[in-house]
Design a protein around this ligand. Sequence first.
Ligand code: NAD
Length: 439
Amino acid sequence: MNNKIKQDVNLFDVAQQQFDRALTWVDDLKAGLIESLKNPRRVTHVYFPVYMDDESVRMFHGFRVLHNNARGPGKGGVRYHPAVSEDEVAALAAFMTWKTAIVGVPFGGAKGGVICNPKELSQSELRRITRRFVIALGNAIGPHTDIPAPDVYTDQQTMAWIYDTFDVMHPGKNNRAVVTGKPIELGGSLGRDEATARGCLYATEQLLKLGMAPGVETVRGARIAIQGCGNAGATAMRLFHEAGARIVAISDSSGGIYMENGLDPAAVLAFKEEHGTVVGLPDSMTITNEELLATECEILIPAALEGQLRADNAANVAAKLVVEAANGPSTPKADEIMQANGVTVLPDILANAGGVVVSYFEWVQNLENQQWSIDKVHDRLRMRMVTAVDDIAACWHELSNNHRTSGNGDRPDPTLRDAALVTAIRRLATVTMQRDIWM
Ligand code: NAD
């Protein structure tokens, strides 16, 4: 992970700036509601001791932020990373609030994390950290209060440990819905592992069908560059390739590769499996991550980290459409530059929402003790993503018309991110007022 870039971009500031900009389009919010939507409902800090493999004891610091639960229990991943901070977790929790509202699943937004470096920890240390973290969180998580899921450097095994620990703490109940992203045998949903990338594909196809990305007609035949080759990036490479796109470049933390005639995803994954990186794939040209972001192509998919497109490099983006598979890959300044250059951005809170949609399907299956077929998961995911894109497109048209007729010269033209946030804010505001403020 590139910690320098992570430190330069404060994700919390990014989230607040995006929210403030979108607010200029929402003029009927009750006074005080803005603060209510901006601030988290609960921030939990936990400190817990863990036995390390060498018998020493080490203290760990973990977080769980419940940003908003007006529309349902909190939902969001758990991240294990040395750079985890309250600001980062709070920003990611806010993104989850907007995301769940945009795709219409009955959840709020939450996120969690533990400051640690998984690359330096053994499996048994990770297991003990996870169990102690869950015990320390106590009733801060639960099937009807706040439901974790995997995020950076946590996986199905981590979710199995969370479920098992919570189940021991609450015996005699069906506790499977306490966490999503579990192994299939433990109640995981078919299709969860590729849901984020598949959702990206469905959302991109619908956006193009609506003609909302000038310069790109269809996924079929489009040249695509992908930053990141993990769960989101590697799966996007495979699915966009199956949909007829030409993957011309992909990168990981060691660098990138380029092939004008198109990469073979199976060969890239086999090479990465063997060598730990995509760099060095026979017949490919080695490029830097900066070159990857500037690749001549129709669609750029950032699928690695936050803060990758910034004031200093956004003008280099040659793609016509940026599909944000990662959370927070573009800073507000980068958004402005790309908008001025005619680059359409399909924002993270819409583009990568497929993961939380299938997490919702998993939660429903757990509560009903059901297992859906893969076709049912795909069909319902497609329906949710298509509806969400249609809703955001309609909102964008409304804001654009309003912009033209209002003569508000100070305000920039709306972007799809503005439209997505406005849609989410309106939905949150409606539910908050319908529930009424307790007094
Ligand atoms: P991952 O850990 O599986 O993969 C991350 C990838 O990024 C790895 O290939 C890594 O080598 C690469 N990378 C790291 N630093 C890089 C750098 N400086 N330049 C280029 N590549 C770099 O993580 P993931 O689950 O694929 O998540 C990636 C992004 O997608 C994150 O922002 C995450 O929050 C977001 N996201 C993931 C999901 C999901 O379901 N996995 C859902 C929604 C959003």
